[in-house]
Design a protein around this ligand. Structure first.
Ligand code: HEM
Length: 407
């Protein structure tokens, strides 16, 4: 039923209005929250930017970002490291470089401001706004959120201006904006020939915000939980390392062909996404007319939520060992792992709004994990305290502390 509703073939389950003014400030009218023509226009662009040859072309940037992180780890032999904080910088660096031709350092303020907005949104999820009073009085959080929003817009505008100036000085305005996401958005913004492709500055800014958030927090969560699970399950860590070393040795960097052959790591990624589903629940959808879903007749005005995490922990689908880390449940594919119910596994959502960064995230996780396994073994630090929390994503509240051993 969840898949049917998310597939939304007849347009019966559009996304609901965002919960609070805080969420509106985070996502604006970006890809993750828009519908119809507006969504289709940007989705086409994002598909082009994040798939195929463009995606393959991003692998050297992913590798370079991981190398930067590993360079810092050189003095960490037998020391404790909070990989959650390390991956926060890594995933920010990767999305900054690949989508915006920038760097973590340059985008640092935007990342910080977006994370702060996410915290405020979570804190105010259930706060009630009184219609008249809220017009004249704003809470401290609302005032801070407004300042943050202004700051984010300002920083993105600076990045946009820099790219426009570069294009002008190169003399190639049409193609000089670049082929990354920012370049494609700017081309759309300056497109005077085709009204259907034209993008407004507000849309452009909302898309940048969406990608800064969606492209960073999610993969950070995946990588952190994966390292934790492999620290606990040393047999799987050894198996994954063997696979990597057989393919790339201890110092050859991962390439496209090799990445496609990382079967054990693919299984580990799936099992991690099942146990610690970063996006634990999709955006709510809402019926606008009476709609039939499966055998259910849903009246108009009903909000539908998609608890991906709960679906991934249903013993009827996954068996009695549902809570155990068993990557080999995916060895024969998703249909086999889900007792012939593949729609029960949807860490990246389903239907037209399914994650546009699915391949990007998978490449990123494989490249990072492979390069770490080539150089280090790792085990859980005695200082680690297990505290998964769900502030926007399923994240480790106290970080993931491991002890690294150089190989
Ligand atoms: C492990 C990593 C990731 C997970 C688990 C994940 C999960 C998801 C899920 C479940 C959705 C659908 C939400 C819904 O339908 O309500 C989604 C949508 C989206 N994701 Fe991801 N995501 C990940 C990484 C990324 C990355 C790296 C990017 C960008 C580079 C990205 C960009 C987006 C965007 C823009 C959407 C909205 C798509 C649309 O509505 O058309 N995601 N993601």
């Amino acid at each position: 039923m969840a898949k049917e509703a998310l597939s939304n073939k007849v347009g019966s389950f559009p996304k609901s209005e965002l919960y609070t003014s805080f969420h509106k400030k985070i996502f604006g009218q970006g890809l993750a929250t828009s519908e119809g023509q507006k969504w289709a226009k940007i989705r086409k662009l994002a598909n082009f930017a994040l798939h195929g040859e463009n995606l393959k072309g991003m692998i050297p940037e992913m590798v370079a970002s991981v190398e930067m992180m590993l360079e810092k780890w050189k003095d960490c032999h037998e020391k404790e490291l909070n990989v959650y904080e390390e991956f926060k910088i890594l995933t920010s660096e990767i999305i900054s470089r690949t989508a915006f031709g920038s760097s973590f350092q340059e985008g640092q303020q935007v990342f910080y401001m977006i994370s702060r907005l996410v915290l405020l949104a979570d804190r105010n999820m259930l706060s009630i706004r009184l219609p008249i009073i809220s017009k004249v009085w704003r809470s401290r959080d609302e005032i801070e959120a407004e300042r943050l929003e202004e700051g984010i817009v300002k920083s993105i505008m600076l990045m946009v201006k820099k790219r426009e100036d570069n294009a002008k000085s190169s003399g190639e305005v049409a193609d000089g904006y670049g082929r990354d996401y920012l370049g494609l958005l700017l081309k759309g913004y300056h497109d005077d020939e085709d009204e259907t492709k034209k993008i407004s500055m507000v849309e452009l800014i909302d898309e940048c915000k969406t990608l800064y958030l969606a492209g960073q927090e999610t993969t950070n969560s995946l990588l952190s939980w994966m390292i934790l699970l492999l620290s606990i399950h040393q047999d799987w860590q050894d198996a994954a390392r063997k696979e990597v070393v057989d393919l790339f040795g201890h110092d050859r960097t991962p390439d496209v062909d090799g990445i496609a052959r990382l079967k054990i790591i693919s299984m580990i990624i799936s099992e991690t996404l099942r146990l610690y589903t970063p996006v634990f629940s999709g955006f709510a959808r809402e019926t606008h007319t009476e709609t039939t879903i499966g055998k259910l007749v849903v009246p108009p005005g009903v909000q539908i939520h998609f608890p991906f995490m709960t679906m991934h922990h249903d013993p009827e689908i996954w068996g009695e060992d549902v809570d155990a880390f068993k990557p080999d449940r995916f060895v024969e594919g998703i249909a086999n792992a889900t007792n012939n119910n593949p729609a029960a596994f949807m860490p990246f959502g389903a239907g037209p709004h399914a994650c546009v960064g699915f391949n990007f995230a998978t490449y990123e996780a494989k490249v990072a994990l492979a390069m770490i396994l080539q150089r280090y073994s790792f085990r859980v630090s005695p200082g680690y305290v297990h505290a998964p929390s769900s502030v926007s994503m399923v994240r480790p509240e106290n970080g993931v502390h491991v002890i690294l051993t150089s190989l």
